[in-house]
Design a protein around this ligand. Structure first.
Ligand code: ADP
Length: 664
């Protein structure tokens, strides 16, 4: 998949680069075309033909199709523009067309089409000419070369006018005008304006024609093109004359005269202008002045070799002589006019016979061109198919990529929500466990209250009942013993209540475990002092191992309670004459307080129960001391609230070591 994508990207970038290269090729080809045009008009035709024929032969010899096509075109252009051997030109162009199509060389093809256009234009076969121009124009759409586009648009503009498609012709000239304006090419802009004005003048749309001529006039003046400027002035004058605006016509002619009179290279233009002025004076009923101007026009027209201009001058001269009553001269010029007309007509006929002959042979070859065209269209179609398939593949790849991305994102989202669900589940489970714990705690709590309070209270009531009912029958010693028992029971009850109360306060969060600096050794010593009396009763020795102060950070009341409970248990579960050792060990992250006795110890299964409220366990001490089973639970709670841990190591009959830690 990835490799395919890379392949497509490579193809895409190559095609972009090659497009850039092709643009360059087209530009150099255009240079070649322009150079050829000047060469054809300046160089000696025979030499040029000889030269090119040789080139063509060597191109064939070395099998260089591209050069053969190019030189064939060069020869064709020479024949079209110079020798008029149009049949030869046609054969050459067909050969070039064949090569260009086989090699799929679009750029070369553009110029071959231009060749065909020139050929058909020469025989005034504008329809075919137009077809080839349009083909060239279509091909050019893939590239961007403004001067060539301009050339083709201009030719299209003239050809459309020749085929009577005035609207299309105007459109082409407008396009050129638009382009010239945006690119600021004043000469092109003025020419386009003139072309448009000429068309509108021919179509008798005088106002439009005038406005375009005036635009052109302005530009020609600005870029200092005096001859064109004068031509425009002449054309404007002619339109005014047609509109019977004699004064305006006159002003324009005078302005044009001012420009042309001193210009030696403008014989034809000046002749045409004098004709215009002659026509003006004839219209103004001033044949003398008309004649004067027309006499100036005549020699200029003759030397310009523009036969139509000469003809026009003859006609006007005949008219002017007739107007002043010089019928002899009028007749003479009329005859001259006729003779010229006959001559021109004959020439035209000759030319059209020639053209017809050429056209006939050209048309015969047209089927060849058509066949070539058909092949090209088919090839184009195949290419189009290929392109469509390529696009389809690209779209597929893109779609698959998008789908993959979507699937991946979906997967990520799902994974994230799964993990969220998991943590939520864990939280719920933890809460559930906590709730279960709380529930168990509550149950135990009630059972302790009902069970453990009931026992001591029962014995208390029986003691007090005995004392009350048998006071008189009891001896003082007996009363004393009873009172002692009563006191013991009360103390037990009190201890139980105190433990219960503390535990419940810690459970409900009513004790604030605020840490402060405490001396652990001192705490051990204080508790030793507190419970020394009890220990003495059982002949138990208590030793605090180290006397150095150990300062820790903890909640003092809760830690003292823990120590007191553990020490009291050690006394309780140690036989007469036993020994208890207490001390603090410093580890790297915590302090560990140890309270060890050589008492009765406990079995393994008991050791696992004593810290849990749901399995509360209690046994009587060695002197039959009663317990509540709550002390160690409270110890665990308090140690943990201080961030530490509590654990026990015990062996039945040998003794027990309770340890708890406080983090540093
Ligand atoms: P109580 O001592 O009031 O019964 P505790 O929670 O303090 O309640 O102790 C629970 C039980 O753990 C005791 O009843 C006893 O069986 C056992 N125990 C505690 N301390 C020791 C000890 N130092 N030696 C032997 N057994 C002990």
């Amino acid at each position: 998949m990835l490799r395919k994508a890379i392949l497509f990207i490579t193809i895409f970038s190559i095609s972009i680069f090659s497009l850039e290269a092709q643009k360059k090729d087209l530009a150099s080809e255009w240079e070649w075309f322009r150079a050829l045009e000047t060469r054809i008009s300046t160089a000696d035709t025979e030499d040029l033909l000889e030269n090119k024929k040789e080139e063509l032969q060597s191109a064939k010899d070395i099998d260089r199709n591209d050069i053969e096509s190019k030189v064939s075109k060069e020869l064709a252009f020479i024949h079209i523009n110079k020798t008029n051997d149009l049949e030869k030109a046609m054969s050459l162009l067909i050969r070039a067309l064949d090569i260009d199509e086989k090699t799929e060389n679009e750029i070369a093809l553009i110029f071959t089409y231009i060749g065909f256009y020139q050929l058909f234009d020469q025989v005034e076969d504008y329809y075919y000419g137009k077809e080839f121009l349009e083909k060239a124009s279509n091909l050019l759409r893939n590239y961007d070369l403004p001067p060539l586009r301009l050339y083709i648009n201009q030719k299209l503009g003239y050809t459309y006018y020749a085929t009577g498609e005035t609207g299309k012709s105007i459109e082409q000239h407008q396009n050129i005008l638009h382009y010239a304006n945006s690119e600021r090419i004043p000469k092109v802009e003025a020419d386009a304006n003139t072309d448009l004005a000429d068309i509108y003048a021919n179509e008798n749309e005088y106002e439009k024609a005038l406005s375009y001529y005036k635009k052109a006039l302005k530009t020609y003046r600005r870029i200092k093109s005096p001859i064109q400027e004068a031509e425009c002035l002449n054309a404007v004058g002619n339109i005014y004359l047609l509109q019977n605006k004699s004064n305006q016509a006159y002003d324009n002619y005078v302005a044009a005269l001012d420009i042309l009179q001193n210009n030696k290279n403008a014989e034809a233009q000046l002749a045409s202008l004098y004709n215009s002025v002659g026509r003006y004076y004839l219209k103004e009923d001033n044949p003398e002045r008309a004649l004067a101007n027309l006499k100036l026009a005549n020699p200029l027209a003759q030397s310009s070799q523009n036969q139509e201009l000469v003809q026009e001058t003859y006609a006007l001269l005949s008219k002017a002589y007739k107007a002043i009553g010089d019928y002899k001269n009028a007749l003479e010029y009329s005859e001259l006019f006729k003779a010229l007309e006959d001559f021109l007509q004959k020439e035209k006929n000759d030319r059209s016979i020639l053209k017809m002959q050429s056209r006939y042979s050209i048309n015969q070859k047209q089927s060849l061109i058509d066949q070539l065209e058909l092949n090209r269209i088919q090839k184009e179609f195949e290419l189009e198919e290929e392109k469509r398939f390529k696009n389809f593949l690209i779209i597929m790849v893109a779609l698959i990529a998008i789908i993959l991305v979507l699937i991946f994102t979906l997967f990520l989202v799902q994974r994230r929500s799964n993990s969220k669900l998991k943590t939520a589940n864990l939280k719920v489970k933890a809460q559930n466990d906590e709730l279960e714990d709380l529930n168990a705690t509550k149950d135990k709590f009630f059972s302790i209250i009902s069970h453990d309070l009931k026992g001591p209270l029962n014995s208390l009531t029986s003691f007090s009942g005995l004392l009350m009912n048998h006071t008189s029958s009891l001896s003082t010693e007996e009363i004393q013993m009873l009172a002692k028992d009563l006191d013991k029971s009360l103390k037990n009850l009190f201890a139980l209540l105190e433990n219960l109360l503390q535990w419940s306060r810690s459970q409900t969060g009513n004790i604030e475990f605020k840490a402060e600096e405490v001396d652990l050794t001192e705490m051990l010593s204080e508790n030793k002092k507190l419970l020394e009396k009890q220990a003495e009763n059982k002949n138990i020795e208590i030793e605090v191992k180290n006397t150095k102060p150990v300062s820790a950070f903890a909640h003092p009341n809760s830690i003292t309670t823990v120590i007191r409970n553990l020490l009291s248990n050690a006394i309780k579960f140690t036989e007469d004459g036993g020994k208890i050792k207490m001390g603090v060990i410093e580890e790297n992250k915590r302090y560990v307080v140890k309270i060890a006795d050589n008492g009765v110890g406990m079995p393994k299964d008991v050791a696992s129960k004593i810290f849990r409220i749901d399995t509360k366990h209690s046994t009587q001490g060695t002197a039959k001391e009663k317990g509540t089973g709550l002390g160690l639970i409270l110890c665990k709670e308090f140690v943990e609230k201080n961030g530490g841990e509590i654990w026990v190591k015990s062996e039945e009959g040998k003794g027990t070591i309770f340890s708890f830690s406080i983090p540093k």
